[in-house]
Write a protein of this length. Structure first.
Lengths: 87, 290
């Protein structure tokens, strides 16, 4: 599958993170959801928690706090109050 | 004519002042850099949240959301951003002048005012002029944290929500360039979503909202206001340091000029004493030899 997602996380204190990923899961307020390339346009609020994304078979996690998520045209934009990359 | 010692004392004192202003200039320059960085860092978020909001707000019914709803202006709240410390040129004066002008305008229209002072200089100004201040925030300029700003924002949004204020205007120094900071007033509430030209009505249909459009917008709107305040504070902070840096630079220049003048005066006075002494000696020698 050639298609990929662009994940972009931004916080007001200057944390920006952009990565091309294969898939991701995020903690939506109404339950966790996954996004794959080709997802329909989608705006939601996120709970504080981890966003997990996969590049190939490697999974990585970023935890976000109080976030909004907008999915459009294979671009996932997350606006969070704060974010932290987990090792 | 001041004595040699007087001039010497004066030179020392000017020199010491010069040391302080030079140090302050350097500190300001460093702080400016830092403040500027955090201002730039906050920009992407501001832009994106504005984009997201404009998307949504342009298509919804404004009446349904209190934060978007225009209502009659009876009480207007002003947030005035100044610095905690002085020695920064006309920085505070400009903002306070602009505030005074705005207050006069609003009072002329028969509107009641409520004031939130941010920074010691604003607090002192209102105190001096006998203007009651509803709320004061001081001493958080050193490191502007998003959390501190949220506290201010939540408080004003609440009072907007329970209709104790009908409009919210923020007055602060806009950072135009290092040399130029101008006072600016911006209306924060009700929110005026600029329907970005490219957004067509169909755009909302392209998105699924979860939980619901209304809930997301209700969460997003306060966030937007928070962000606007955060941005204004950061900008004010950068303006402050820039203003201080320029003020200190000017002070340095005047110290240098003053020192030159004083040194010249000192040397002249010294020369005069030497000449006088020499005359004395020559006169004395002349008298002896006769």
């Amino acid at each position: 599958m050639a298609e990929k997602l662009t994940l972009e996380i931004i916080t007001p204190e200057g944390f920006t993170f952009t990565e091309t990923v294969d898939e991701l899961t995020a903690p939506g307020t109404l339950g966790e959801f996954g996004v794959l390339p080709g997802h329909t346009g989608f705006i939601t609020t996120l709970d504080s928690g981890p966003i997990t994304y996969k590049i190939g078979n490697v999974a990585k996690t970023i935890s976000v706090k109080d976030a909004y998520c907008q999915v459009s045209n294979d671009h996932v934009l997350v606006l969070a109050d704060s974010a932290e990359i987990k090792e | 004519m001041p004595s040699l010692r007087d001039i010497r004392n004066r030179i020392t004192s000017v020199n010491n002042t010069g040391k302080i202003t030079r140090a302050m200039q350097m500190i300001s320059a460093a702080k400016l850099k830092k403040a500027q960085n955090s201002m730039l860092a906050a920009r992407p978020y501001s832009n994106k949240i504005f984009e997201m909001l404009s998307y949504m707000a342009s298509a919804v019914d404004r009446e349904a959301y209190p934060l978007l709803n225009l209502r009659q202006r009876k009480v207007v709240e002003l947030i005035v951003l100044t610095s905690d410390k002085g020695l920064c040129g006309a920085f505070n004066t400009n903002v306070l002048k602009e505030t005074a002008r705005l207050m006069k305008e609003l009072r002329g229209e028969g509107i009641q005012l409520s004031i939130v002072a941010v920074g010691k200089k604003a607090r002192d100004y209102f105190h001096r002029n006998g203007v009651p201040v509803r709320k004061t925030y001081i001493d958080f300029y050193k490191t502007v944290k998003y959390e501190d700003v949220r506290e201010i924002a939540t408080e004003v949004i609440d009072s907007y929500g329970n209709e104790s204020i009908d409009e919210l205007i923020i007055v602060y120094n806009e950072f135009k360039s290092l040399m130029l900071q101008t006072p600016k007033r911006a209306r924060l509430l009700p929110i005026e979503p600029q329907s970005a030209g490219g957004v067509d009505d169909g755009v909302l249909d392209k998105f699924i909202f979860e939980p619901s459009e209304a809930e997301i917008l209700n969460a997003l709107l306060p966030k937007y206001v928070e962000n606007q305040i955060f941005r204004a504070i950061l900008e004010s902070r950068v303006s402050e340091e820039a203003a201080r840096m320029i003020a200190m630079e000017n002070a340095n220049k005047s110290t240098k000029e003053l020192l030159e003048k004083l040194t010249l005066q000192y040397n002249k006075a010294r020369q005069a004493t030497i000449t006088a002494e020499l005359m004395d000696i020559v006169g004395g020698a002349e008298a002896l030899s006769q």
